[in-house]
Design a protein around this ligand. Structure first.
Ligand SMILES: [Mg+2]
Length: 397
């Protein structure tokens, strides 16, 4: 079997509602989804998905495609290494290179599963579980209670401006029936000293985890937070490959590692990252905040097959297009998704639906009137500076 070509499918992916982080001149969401298909001379096609600045990643895929045409798609590790070496001249792999290789790697696993007639989880060592628990996002009491009513057992809130107060409010609302995590989004303005104080204040709430309390570039800063508070820490969504995640794992700076299924280097790398984490008793909860549904399928196969799977991020009510683009729909019952049973990844995209939503740029900036992002009247001072003006809000309850 030989690879004959790679096709990419780039789309603008809602949500079609006002966003606090909109591109200039727009009030819509800013995500792009990038899918790809690898074709072979035997008529079997593999599908994958990439993140890590999708419009740029699409160009990288087109550069990589000639390396793959004519190759046997079942030699996945060999092709992964071939791509990595080809990109050496561009510097460290990062998330653009990682994103391109992720979609290609994912599609190669899909092809291999289809060739052998087995689901991808079977190729990864078999299944430990039939269902994967999910968590979703909630920032208001109404949203939290809605998740609880649907049988979802865990939620994550966003704590850019007032994390302690928000956690206090949500814990009070849902009681002990749901686990709660909070994502501080690795803000560049949060110093390790302030992060230590915030995380200590969060200690009594028995959170599932505190995510990215400081900028991910400051890996050493995690040691200070680790030493300051007994709270499970999570990080890793912005890194790629085993090399990007290595320090967090080897120095046991986190309790939960969160590689992004669309840019961490593919199933090949995710499986290795999971094994590295397992050796340090660290659990895995893949990041999927801006990802589409093909990467979600890949995560389900991986989490079915690794012993240290914790939970999968899932935002399923953000845009109707999420369910329109994928066939078949993932099967969610209450707080978990069924592990797919069809050969390969077990999914396909609706190419005509994708074509209806051409990409319209992919950078986001907070809009001026967004009170939760900018303090009133401080838009001109830019986010990095002005957030310090409301520092005390971090510590309020
Ligand atoms: Mg995050």
């Amino acid at each position: 079997m030989k690879i004959t070509g790679i096709r990419t499918f780039l789309m603008h992916a809602g949500p079609p509602r006002p966003s606090k982080w909109a591109p200039p001149q727009k009030r819509e969401g800013t995500r792009n989804w990038l899918f790809l298909k690898i074709d072979t001379d035997e008529g079997i096609t593999g599908i994958g998905e990439c993140s890590g600045w999708p419009r740029v990643v699409e160009t990288a895929i087109k550069d990589l495609a000639p390396l793959l045409v004519g190759e046997d798609p079942t030699h996945i590790e060999k092709l992964w290494q071939k791509m990595a070496i080809a990109m050496m001249g561009h510097g460290m792999l990062g998330t653009v290179g990682g994103g391109a290789m992720t979609g290609i790697d994912m599609a190669l696993w899909d092809i291999k599963g289809k060739v052998l007639g087995v689901p991808v989880w079977n190729l990864l060592g078999g299944k430990l579980r039939d269902r994967i628990p999910i968590y979703s996002h909630a920032n208001t009491i109404e949203q939290a209670l809605s998740l609880k009513a649907r049988g979802i057992k865990a939620l994550k809130c966003s704590g850019v401006s007032d994390p302690v107060r928000k956690v206090d409010m949500l814990c009070e609302a849902v009681g002990d029936d749901m686990d709660i995590a909070i994502d501080l989004h690795g803000p560049p303005w949060m110093t390790p000293a302030d992060a230590c104080r915030v995380v200590r204040r969060l200690e009594p709430y028995e959170l599932l985890w505190v995510e990215d309390p400081i900028a991910p570039d400051n890996v050493e800063g995690y040691r200070r937070i680790r030493d300051a508070a007994h709270v499970p820490l999570a990080a890793g969504e912005r890194a790629a490959t085993i090399f990007g995640e290595r320090q967090l794992i080897e120095e046991e700076l986190v309790d939960v590692i969160q590689p992004d299924t669309g840019r961490a280097g593919g199933i090949t790398q995710m499986k290795k990252i999971a094994a590295m984490a397992e050796a340090h008793h660290i659990q895995m909860a893949p990041h999927s905040g801006s990802l589409g549904p093909v990467a979600e399928y890949a995560a389900l196969h991986l989490l079915a097959a690794i012993p240290n799977a914790l939970v999968l991020e899932r935002i399923d009510d953000d845009w109707d297009g999420r369910s329109s683009v994928i066939v078949p729909h993932p099967v969610q019952e209450g707080g978990s998704l069924a592990v797919p049973e069809a050969p390969g990844l077990g999914c396909d995209i609706d190419e005509e639906f994708v074509a209806r939503f051409p990409s319209e740029g992919n950078l986001s900036v907070p809009v001026e009137e967004s009170a939760n992002v900018y303090a009133p009247g401080t838009y001109g001072e830019r986010l990095y500076v002005q957030t310090r003006l409301s520092r005390r809000r971090y510590f309020n309850t």
